[in-house]
Design a protein around this ligand. Structure first.
Ligand code: PMP
Ligand code: GLN
Length: 390
């Protein structure tokens, strides 16, 4: 099948970060922290370089990191993972997702995702030549919630995979147990694989609880769980991720991974193995992020945005219909392009996370995604600039 140029074009994050550096605007677009992760983890990577961890590491990842991933999954979620056969270290969650979708789907297969979706989810489905079937997370008084009826309708005998994401980028939704049960039921009915992107697993607020899909009864057998150290430890540039699941599925993913990158960053692996043993840094990050979320949400409201308060992640979705109308703009895409000049701030238009013309993209046509994983003084300055829009 031909790959759609629309789905595999330059990423919106690159375009918007370039806009920020060209204009000097505050970049609340791409989600990356402006404070690096803990010094002790950085020191561990430096030690690894100095002691000579500088050549190709083992293909599945070093044993120490695979063991740390398994121990983390047991400690947090009671999951039983064999570090030898059921864990693969990857170059970020991105490579785990790409390898899983390329290994397990192809032309004629349907892959269900949530919509809005993280842009790489759509891109790797297109690269695999599979058919993307998005299902809405619909705005409700309780935030963006899974449309369970739409999910059931989307299921078909061709459904090969459900590619879900919780805590969810861009909406900040943490899927409830009932929503996950609905995903599990459809997966069982269609005899489909679930790939679950849990990179924000530790970044939840107000007591929202992250439930890994693999922990639901009977689901570990058909689930690949993807996560990464980037978000948990504020080290997004290190690109150390992992995937775990049944040995046969992990072997299939590894077959593709070995021809994408072969292996992943040698000196970072022992450092992340050490980091994974310590739960304090992610807990402190989640707490400070909740306060920064509140600061940004309040500021966006004061600037005339309609905000859906996120339960997790780095991001908030803000509807700008009133601002779009007041400034005579076409939609959120035009607002995002003009925002540096209007207010000295960069954000991502929600259209980037939707299929063109879908009901979800219509609903979110005037909405933008802002990140709050920035220092408080940066957020305060951004918020005061945005007030000029009101
Ligand atoms: N999945 C989601 C939902 C994300 O937001 C991101 C961005 N960090 C990734 C995957 C990619 O993670 P990594 O940087 O580890 O490849
Ligand atoms: N996951 C981050 C975001 O959504 C960064 C994505 C990227 O740069 N590919 O902003």
């Amino acid at each position: 099948a031909a790959t759609s140029a629309d789905e595999v074009a330059a990423t919106i994050f690159a375009e918007m970060s370039a806009l920020a550096s060209r204009t000097g605007a505050i970049n609340l677009g791409q989600g990356f922290p402006d404070v690096d992760g803990p010094d002790a983890i950085k020191a561990a990577a430096i030690r690894a370089i100095e002691r000579g961890d500088n050549q190709y590491p083992p293909g599945p990842g070093i044993a120490e990191l695979r063991t740390a991933v398994a121990a983390h999954q047991r400690r947090h979620y009671g999951l039983d993972v064999d570090p030898e056969s059921e864990v693969l270290v990857t170059t970020g969650a991105t490579e785990a997702l790409a390898s899983a979708v390329l290994a397990l789907t192809g032309p004629g297969d349907e892959v269900i995702t949530l919509e809005p979706f993280y842009d790489a989810h759509a891109a790797v489905i297109a690269l695999a030549g599979a058919t993307h079937v998005p299902v809405a997370l619909a705005p409700t008084p309780g935030g963006f919630r899974l449309d369970v009826a739409a999910l059931r309708e989307a299921a078909s005998p061709r459904t090969r995979m459900l590619l879900i994401n919780s805590p969810h980028n861009p909406t900040g939704t943490v899927l409830t147990r009932a929503e996950l049960d609905a995903v599990a039921a459809v997966a069982r009915e269609c005899d489909a694989i679930v790939v679950t992107d849990e990179v924000y697993e530790h970044l939840t607020f107000d007591g929202a609880v992250h439930v890994p899909l693999a922990s639901l009864p009977g689901m570990a057998d058909r689930t690949l769980t993807v996560s990464s150290s980037g978000k948990t430890f504020s080290l997004t540039g290190w690109k150390i991720g992992w995937v775990h699941g049944p040995a046969a599925l992990v072997t299939a993913v590894r077959t593709v991974k070995q021809f994408l990158t072969y292996v992943s960053g040698a000196p970072f692996q022992p450092a992340i193995a050490q980091a994974l043993a310590d739960d304090d840094a992610p807990r402190a990050l989640a707490e400070s992020l909740a306060a920064r979320r509140d600061l940004l949400c309040e500021g966006l409201r004061a600037a005339g945005f309609d905000v859906v308060v996120p339960q997790g992640t780095y991001f908030v979705v803000a509807d700008a219909s009133a601002i779009v109308a007041r400034h005579g703009l076409a939609d959120g895409v035009e607002l995002a392009r003009r925002l540096p000049e209007l207010a000295g701030v960069v954000a991502i238009p929600m259209a980037a996370f939707c299929r063109a013309g879908s009901p979800t993209s219509e609903r979110l046509r005037d909405a933008l995604r802002f990140t709050f994983v920035k220092r408080e003084d940066t957020l305060r300055e951004a918020v005061s600039r945005l007030r000029t829009l009101a």
